[in-house]
Design a protein around this ligand. Structure first.
Ligand SMILES: CC(C)(COP(=O)(O)OP(=O)(O)OC[C@H]1O[C@@H](n2cnc3c(N)ncnc32)[C@H](O)[C@@H]1OP(=O)(O)O)[C@@H](O)C(=O)NCCC(=O)NCCS
Length: 175
């Protein structure tokens, strides 16, 4: 990983630079409205950027959620994007792990993600069948709904993830 990588919370004036990461990272999906909507809501979203020489090269959002039926403080990770020129240098992992540390200090016990298990398993995520995602997922996305615990929380959570309005769009949960 570049020793010049710095990870910190994003600033309001960085929205355009953050948005510019997304069309390249997700050419088949327009995530900019979601990113914009989440970044305008500092209460629900923690937005971290990775910078190298002041250039934003990666970004992740952690959204504050709750679990209906369980009192554990939960967070949803996503989206996560790294500029293609900077892939495979540990930047995505470093941003996510920095997020884990901040969340753990804030008392969050579990992080959820919908994404490729081949990538997220390296960050400690495992498929989760005990907490339902907000919308039913297609059967061929088996294993894509994952979670990992933070800190000393080891007991599994059960229930259904309740997400803020920004995530209440079925299109975000289907191919
Ligand atoms: C996924 C993503 C954030 C990873 O960022 P990164 O900084 O390259 O990740 P890291 O350097 O921490 O890890 C890279 C490793 O993950 C692997 N990897 C990346 N995406 C992967 C995937 N979808 N499936 C399996 N492995 C994957 C790389 O091959 C690499 O493996 P290696 O270390 O054995 O060479 C980046 O590739 C990206 O922005 N992709 C497009 C958007 C996306 O898919 N976001 C995730 C949403 S589910």
């Amino acid at each position: 990983m570049s020793d010049k990588l710095e990870i910190r919370e994003s600033k309001r004036e960085e929205l355009a630079a953050i948005e510019s990461l997304y069309p390249e990272a997700f050419p088949d999906e327009d995530l900019i409205p979601l990113v914009r909507d989440l970044l305008n809501d500092a209460v629900v979203a923690m937005s971290l950027v990775g910078t190298i020489d002041t250039q934003i090269v990666g970004h992740a959002i952690f959204t504050r959620c709750s679990i209906v039926g369980d009192s554990t403080n939960a967070t949803l990770l996503g989206p996560l994007a790294v500029a293609p020129a900077w892939h495979r240098q540990g930047i995505g992992s470093a941003i996510v792990q920095a997020g884990f540390r901040q969340l753990e200090n804030a008392g969050v016990g579990r992080v959820y993600v919908l994404g490729d298990p081949a990538y997220y398993e390296r960050l400690g995520f495992l498929p989760d069948s005990l907490v339902e995602p907000p919308f039913p997922l297609p059967p061929d996305w088996d294993g894509a709904w994952q979670s990992r615990s933070l800190g000393e929380t080891t007991t599994p959570c059960t229930g259904k993830l309740s997400v803020p309005r920004q995530w209440l769009q079925p299109s975000l949960w289907s191919p």
